[in-house]
Design a protein around this ligand. Sequence first.
Ligand code: URA
Length: 237
Amino acid sequence: MRLDKFLSNMLPYSRKEVKRFCREGRVQVNDRPAKDSGISIDPECDHVRLDGQEIAYIPNVYLMLNKPAGYVSAVEDNKFPTVLELVPEEYAHFHLYPMGRLDRDTEGLLILTNDGAMTHEILSPKKHVDKVYFAQIDGTPGKKEIALFKKGVVLDDGYETLPANLVVLSSQNGKSEIELTIREGKFHQVKRMFEAVGMRVTYLRRIRMGKLPLDPSLELGQARQLSPEEVRMLGGK
Ligand code: URA
């Protein structure tokens, strides 16, 4: 791995800043100054120091959690249990955090990781990674709502959403089950999109991010590590 990649992954500094630290002679590899930030290091064996402080190597980890309702998507909370309480003990030292947020009452696919660069990329509105939700709603969306969602709906704060794909799975007695694909993640977005057309979400579950589906064999509250192929699918590749 390149030295600048290693340092910017392990520390809250950009590659540019890390390059400067190297030029300034503040970085050492195996007790020798490393002025060239482009050199290759073996993070498992080499000892890297910044300003004399050894930088521990923590590899990137990605967990898929089937989030149950009742847990907040945060690292700590003084009122409710957090999704981190569902992370198996053996991952505790990786300092994982949720990649984005699901509401406390939302279930389904939530990624926990320590990869800041990837989190930034996946959540960036410019990246347009699809997020697919299954929902039960009070209301019967028809052609009008499908067309509106396709065009973009105006939320309560005046924001117009990017085009979204609404599929009505079934409707009965004024209630429906739907699948909605959105490419952004505004606060309470799915609920607010339905509110904007006079309907109410009564149950919400995320079932896919990018090309990565929620593993149907994961029970609510269970988590497992992603394979490298699944990490790629998360980015939509
Ligand atoms: N949209 C919502 O309204 N809630 C979620 O948890 C996720 C998307």
